[in-house]
Design a protein around this ligand. Sequence first.
Ligand code: GUN
Length: 283
Amino acid sequence: MTAKIIDGKAIAKEVRAEWKVRADALKARGITPGLAVIIVGEDAASKVYVGNKVKACAELGLYSEHIALPADTSQDTLLAKIAELNANHAIHGILVQLPLPKHIDSDKVLKAIAPHKDVDGFHPMNVGALVTGNPLLRPCTPYGAMKLLEKIGVAIEGKHAVIVGRSNIVGKPMALMLLQMNATVTICTSKTRNLAHHTRDADILVVATGKPRMITGDMIKPGAAVIDVGINRLPNGKLVGDVDFDSAKEVAGYLTPVPGGVGPMTITMLVANTVEAAERSAQ
Ligand code: GUN
């Protein structure tokens, strides 16, 4: 079998067009959805991600503020900036790019963002809303992965979904979103014994471990939908996922490439969350 390769760029374009209609409707009422992205320090990868986020907002005609703070910014200064943005009516979404420098308590910072402006969906209130099945703002990467499954027409109900990786950013919220759609969900961690036993039973396999090419074709059930959330740069400069693309594509039914799979969807759902937050504030 040769997998159908999921074109994340094309699907992201389609989804962005849907959200542009909603953004334009708000603008017609005099409300321009606004996003503030804060980056602290000089992490090269983070700078690229933040640049892409700001660019996506501009493409959809959203207002955005790119706030770059030096690496030695104090926690109090960052908290004061967040308080200012919480009170700013032109800003509907606030995102603090992670990781933060070590002297800053990320948990405290994420909790300081007003939950209704928390377009990352990381605030405990938004996490709780997701757990109880009434999601408000959902974490962008798993939200984007769910949208990919929806757009390619993969049915979720009754399927066995296996997630490798249990981060707060991807693994845990992805599990909750799949559970909400009536999948049977297994979450594997780095300590899971006989990982292949679990992954081989997955109708839907989501991989977010940060370990380049760790899931190989022999670990995949023939015909499975495989979503690769990983993005790793090899010493030779090549970008690869957490799934070994060449062997996986011979077995899977659907497979996301890296780059060009989940990545474009993450940014799209950030824009979607910003528009949704602005819609709610306008009600
Ligand atoms: N760093 C890596 N992924 C993310 C994300 O989804 N949101 C934020 N804020 N930082 C990140």
